[in-house]
Write a protein that binds this ligand. Structure first.
Ligand SMILES: [Zn+2]
Ligand SMILES: [Zn+2]
Length: 153
């Protein structure tokens, strides 16, 4: 279950692989499990600060995962780098919490690639990536590499 594909550049040696189950959504109820040996939240949320906040919201503020929770592709608003992140949203007694992701190369804010484009990126072998620019050389010369396998509901 999941997907593996890469993005490469025709003009330079930029290459990025995405391996985890992008597009696969986790069951919101199983995500609330934070104590048992099956708990997987600590593997999904890599920031310690965010993880402890999420645990606190679940325990103390009746927090529940809502909407779609899963791996998504984000694009840096500053340098254009592609990132894979675990996307989620938690509703709790005082509102809701959504993580904000920051690029680990340039500290720019990451924007979520929309669902429709993500699906096409996974499934469409000949997707046109010319609207994005290469984070390495800045040219609009990105191509999709490798094969993809996606399972959508
Ligand atoms: Zn960046
Ligand atoms: Zn390039």
């Amino acid at each position: 279950m999941g997907v593996g594909f890469g993005i490469g550049c025709r003009e330079c040696d930029y290459k990025k692989d995405f391996m985890l189950g992008i597009g696969f959504d986790y069951n919101p109820r199983s995500l609330r499990d934070i104590d048992s040996k099956y708990a997987m939240l600590q593997y999904l949320i890599k920031s310690n600060a965010a993880l402890s906040l999420v645990k606190r919201l679940i325990k103390d503020k009746n927090g529940k995962f809502a909407g779609k929770c899963g791996h998504r592709i984000y694009i840096c608003s500053r340098c254009g780098e592609f990132h894979e992140r675990f996307s989620y949203c938690i509703y709790h007694d005082e509102g809701y919490f959504e993580p904000k992701f920051i690029c680990n190369k340039c500290y720019g804010i990451l924007n979520l690639l929309n669902e429709d484009k993500l699906k096409r990126l996974c499934n469409d072998k000949s997707i046109d990536l010319s609207e994005y620019y290469c984070p390495s050389c800045g040219r609009h010369s990105l191509i999709k590499e490798g094969s993809a396998q996606c399972f959508w509901d």
